[in-house]
Design a protein around this ligand. Structure first.
Ligand code: ADP
Ligand code: MG
Length: 256
């Protein structure tokens, strides 16, 4: 029996590929036989919709789970094509931050909720919002590790230090299990010299913490969400899909 691994997909910048990584890694892991739960922690609900689950018609959402008015089992839905379960989110989640402010153990709600389903999954993937907010903190407190998708651009390294410091603080104060699992280079275009240079810098700084798999820029990955499918399912032959299946295999090898 394999043991449950819980990972946050986090980066405080928006538009860097967090949601694309979450849904495609979920589908990739499902394809290689892993039992996967994806949690959408972003009020935008993109991971929900991108998994083919309607964020406007959720029986219960991650908001209800955080406020303890629903369990994960109440809220989860099956991604129709993805082969994994989803706890969805919608705009309602934007209010959770304020409603939780005066509540006890507010940063441990997700961790507590996941305990009830820990035997049902091999992987839980948490799609974090583009901030280091109480929502992201709930993800980091619940997780064993963080996967950081990033574009190899000029300011990429600069933003990374805030995230690395946050991970260190959470590790020291709230969750001794938390580790930086790795940096995933996404939307990569090897023809762009700057991207190659930033990629080399990343490897020089972070060594083994840089995943071997590189996700190319691939339009099929960007088209898939409008069909309510992960790219891995939408066009399995595309370079983007193949890279995510390779990444799923790398994850299982690293931590499985
Ligand atoms: P985040 O969740 O960090 O905000 P997304 O995963 O939503 O980022 O990605 C931002 C945009 O870039 C989306 O429109 C998405 O479809 C697109 N995108 C993400 N990864 C790729 C890729 N490898 N190739 C092409 N487009 C991508
Ligand atoms: Mg997103």
């Amino acid at each position: 029996m394999s043991k449950l691994r819980i990972f946050c997909v986090a980066n405080q910048k928006g538009g860097v590929g967090k949601t694309t990584t979450t849904v495609n890694l979920a589908a990739g892991l499902a394809q290689i036989g892993q039992r996967v739960l994806a949690i959408d922690l972003d009020p935008q609900g993109n991971a929900t919709m991108g998994s083919g689950v309607d964020k406007r018609a959720l029986p219960a959402s991650v908001y209800d789970v955080l406020l303890e008015s629903a369990t994960v089992a109440d809220a989860r839905q099956r991604s129709p094509k993805g082969g994994y379960d989803v706890v969805g989110a919608n705009r309602e989640l934007a209010g959770a931050e304020i409603e939780l402010v005066n509540q006890e153990r507010r940063e441990r709600r997700l961790k507590k909720a996941l305990l009830a389903v820990r035997d049902e999954y091999d992987f839980v993937l948490i799609d974090c919002p583009p901030s280091l907010s109480l929502l992201t903190l709930n993800g980091l407190v619940a997780a064993h590790g963080v996967i950081v998708p990033m574009q190899c651009e000029y300011f990429a390294l600069e933003g990374l230090s805030d995230l690395v410091n946050t991970i260190k603080q959470v590790h020291a104060n709230l969750n001794p299990d938390l580790q930086l699992i790795g940096l995933l280079r996404v939307m990569f275009d090897p023809r762009i010299t700057l991207q190659q240079q930033v990629s080399d810098q990343l490897k020089a700084h972070f060594g083994e913490k840089v995943f071997d798999t590189v996700i190319p820029r691939n339009v099929r990955l960007a088209e898939a969400p409008s069909y309510g499918q992960p790219g891995v399912v939408f066009d399995p032959a595309s370079r983007g899909a193949q890279a995510f299946v390779e990444f799923a295999q790398e994850m299982v090898k690293r931590v499985g």
